[in-house]
Design a protein around this ligand. Structure first.
Ligand code: ADP
Ligand code: PLP
Ligand code: ZN
Length: 297
């Protein structure tokens, strides 16, 4: 497959370490995409460290950058990718970007990671939840929530696999044809559930991928996962299961390398969040060996 595209990626930037654009831009470039990053924040390091310093872009400033592109006829994109968004005004500005990009390219694919929290903890202002649910999800082409985010968006508790599939159905009904719940905690394993509704109103093709849970905490993995899903699902537009196998296999190889590198220097992996070994894993990103298989329902 050689299908590529031009991606506008609106995410965080960290000087040191890999979250947001720092973990999404390089892998997409490796997969052959032109990527234009807009840094929604510029922080010294990610928020998993004791402190951080830096700047936050506001909705007006995002609008300025988009206006500059527009003045020069540079608003043609095949994909829009968004991740962590910290304020109501910025999320509303992103919605305007979606509409503007779609007016230039009606076939724009909008890949949205609705970053709101994890493990029952919300890390964005509460008001954002309703805006995601009512305005953002309806315009997204592909959505990649984690378990908690899927629960917030559907108001539906996910306990069993069946619940995960039902949450996907609810999300399809409000907009996106592709939904990937990137991880559901289940008996020491992580479960990814993917769902592709090929025609509106029809029942979706669904699958799961089971991954062993590594006893360590990583940051930037959700952002990397969404970028890889964008990259591969565009190359295999009718095989979300295959795209997910490739994305998961790259990510798991990278996590194993990350873990091994920390253990090598005598670091206890549970003690704090680990920086992913992104650059060192470029071969696993370009040519993943598929070790994690999708099981269709
Ligand atoms: P987020 O960071 O957005 O909450 P997830 O926790 O779902 O996203 O992580 C994204 C992907 O990263 C998962 O699909 C899984 O492949 C991988 N991953 C993250 N943490 C672990 C872990 N501790 N063990 C195994 N895989 C992990
Ligand atoms: N953006 C910033 C600035 C962060 O600090 C973090 C996590 O610490 C993230 C995004 C999201 O990381 P993840 O992909 O692990 O959800
Ligand atoms: Zn996330």
């Amino acid at each position: 497959p050689s299908e590529t595209g031009r991606v506008l990626s609106i995410q965080s930037h960290t000087v040191q370490g890999y979250v947001g654009n720092k973990s999404a831009v390089f892998p997409l470039q490796l997969l052959g995409y032109d990527v234009d990053p807009i840094n929604s924040v510029q922080f010294s390091n990610h928020t998993g460290y004791p402190t951080f310093k830096g700047q936050v872009l506001n909705g007006q400033q995002l609008g300025d950058l988009i206006a500059g592109l527009e003045e020069n006829n540079l608003l043609y994109y095949t994909h829009l990718l968004t991740g962590y968004i910290g304020s109501v005004s910025f999320l509303n500005a992103v919605l305007e970007v979606v509409h503007k990009l779609r007016s230039v390219n009606p076939k724009l694919t909008y890949v949205c990671d609705p970053v709101m929290g994890d493990d029952g903890k919300l890390y964005v202002p509460t008001e954002l939840v309703a805006i995601y649910r009512e305005k953002v999800v309806p315009v997204a082409s592909m959505l990649t929530p984690n378990q908690f985010e899927a629960e917030l968006l559907t108001g539906f508790r996910i306990v069993t696999e069946k619940d995960g599939r039902e949450a996907c159905n609810i999300l399809h009904a409000s907009g996106p044809s592709k939904v990937v719940i990137t991880s559901i905690n289940m008996e020491g394993n992580l479960l990814l559930i993917g769902s592709h509704q090929k025609e509106k109103g029809h029942s979706p093709d669904q699958f799961k991928i089971v991954m062993p849970k590594i006893p360590a905490y990583f940051t930037g993995t959700g952002d990397l996962m969404t970028a890889l899903l964008l990259g591969w699902s565009n190359k295999y537009p009718d095989n979300l299961d295959k795209a997910a196998e490739l994305a998961v296999s790259s990510l798991q190889a990278l996590l194993q390398r990350t873990l091994a590198d920390y253990v090598k220097v005598g670091f206890a992996p549970q003690s704090s969040s680990l920086e992913i070994r992104l650059v060192q894993s470029q071969d696993d990103i370009r040519h993943p060996e598929v070790k994690y298989k999708a099981e269709r329902y």
